[in-house]
Design a protein around this ligand. Structure first.
Ligand SMILES: [Zn+2]
Length: 441
């Protein structure tokens, strides 16, 4: 009860429903689809056959995996309400801790274990990158979540109290002494009373016709929740419940290792114990059932090699994540190869362009022209040279004649310059006179 913790299975869904409802992630009218499970982005979490879509009360009563996966997904992926995934995860963790999970409840018996509630830092260490889908299995009480059977029973008591618990204790009275204050204190969870009422409606419905139908007893009202905790061998059979619903006297958790489905062992054992506690005895029919149960034998499969059916039963989420990781690796390798190809292609292009630039510089040195062509070229060059010389001589003659005409012109130019300077002086005087006028003003 205290020294051992394990995955709580579907009993944990009640705490999830309280969290989603109080946080406003789901309301009475919120319905999520379930077609034999939760399908999203290649991830599949299986569920049994039932009507779809489901709202909060039938989701608890039929223990629908899909509903609780969608709820956690919409909570952790809600960037309007929570700034980051870490923030959303920490809010979720705070709800769980407020329900007495993840820490010792403080019972007056030695050796209590604290169980395990993961937080954002845990996943930051566990995974390089994680997202709501990486942790989705915690929504159905699988994966990294661990509770002691005492914590599951305390969950039942908290629901019965509509949202608070008193630290569980064995000693009720001490003669001549007061009971330790910590065993009288009310620990209020973060869940709203309204949310707890929704969960109780689901648990009552579960007993009337859902997964806890065998627990129905005409003498008193009972609220219950089954759980089937996945295991390497045969699953653990779990039941959590309380009675009577409106004036609760007992809350109970039954955890039968390798007991299979919750309805196989957990529900009948739990309902018989509740009946014994409330009525002080069992009806003849229930007494016969108790006898039969005592004679039933569960073969515990310790440390046997995994059979084919066992391996098939292994957590589907873990398998899908492994496939996802391997696909990522393949994609990364493909991207790297593509990048290298692009680099090599670029290098080739650059090298080709360099060679193209070099080729025209080398050509003249390599080119060998036939002698005749060279001779013709020479003759033509000589002719051209002659022409050029003749033209030069002509130009010289022209220049000389021009010089003479220029010298004549220079005289007239100088007279023009004189006139220009004169006019400049006049304009300067004018501007000066203007200035003096302005100053006078
Ligand atoms: Zn379902």
């Amino acid at each position: 009860m205290l020294l051992w913790d394990n995955t709580p299975g579907s009993t944990f869904k009640t705490g999830q429903a309280v969290t989603y409802y109080t946080e406003g992630i789901v309301s009475d009218s919120t319905r999520y689809p379930c077609h034999h499970g939760f399908y999203f982005k290649g991830l599949h979490v299986g569920c049994h056959a039932h009507a779809s879509p489901v709202s909060i009360v039938p989701a608890i009563s039929t223990s629908c995996n899909s509903y609780f996966c969608w709820g956690l997904y919409h909570m952790l992926a809600n960037r309007r309400k929570y700034k980051t995934l870490d923030d959303a995860m920490d809010v979720w963790r705070d709800y769980m801790v407020s329900m007495g999970f993840g820490y010792k409840l403080g019972i007056d018996l030695p050796g209590e274990k604290r169980g395990m509630i993961p937080n954002a830092q845990f996943y930051d260490h566990a995974f390089k990158h994680w997202n709501p889908l990486s942790v989705i299995s915690i929504s159905i009480g699988q994966g990294e979540v661990n509770l002691t059977p005492l914590q599951i029973a305390n969950l039942g008591a908290t629901i019965a109290n509509r949202g608070y618990y008193i630290a569980p204790h064995v000693v009720r009275h001490i003669q001549g002494k007061n009971l330790d204050k910590k065993y009288m204190e009310h620990h209020r969870t973060k869940g709203s009373v309204r949310a707890y009422q929704e969960v109780i409606a689901g648990m009552i419905s579960s007993v009337r016709g859902g997964t806890c139908a065998h627990a129905f007893h005409p003498g008193y009202s009972l609220a219950g929740k089954t759980g089937t905790a996945q295991n390497r061998g045969k699953d653990h059979s779990v039941f959590m419940g309380f009675a009577p619903v409106d004036t609760p006297k007992i809350a109970i958790a039954v955890y039968v290792e390798n007991g299979g489905f919750g309805a196989d062992f957990g529900v009948p054992i739990g309902s018989l114990m509740i009946e014994q506690y409330i009525n002080g005895k069992l009806t003849p029919g229930d007494a016969a059932q108790a006898d039969a149960l005592q004679k039933r034998h569960i073969s515990y499969a310790f440390k046997h090699p995994l059979t084919h059916s066992d391996s098939l039963r292994l957590d589907s989420i873990k398998r899908v994540n492994m496939i996802k990781d391997s696909l990522k690796l393949v994609r990364q390798k493909q991207d790297m190869a593509e990048a290298e190809r692009m680099k090599e292609a670029q290098k080739k292009k650059e090298a080709e362009e360099k060679e193209k630039k070099k080729q025209p510089q080398n050509d003249p040195a390599i080119r060998v022209e036939p002698e005749e062509l060279i001779k013709q070229d020479k003759k033509e060059k000589d002719k051209e040279d002659d022409k050029k010389e003749k033209e030069k001589e002509k130009n010289k003659d022209n220049k000389d004649s021009r010089k003479e005409s220029k010298d004549k012109n220079k005289g007239t130019d100088k007279s023009k310059e004189h006139e220009k300077s004169k006019s400049k002086g006049q304009s300067k005087d004018k501007s000066k006179s203007k200035e003096t006028i302005n100053r006078a003003k």
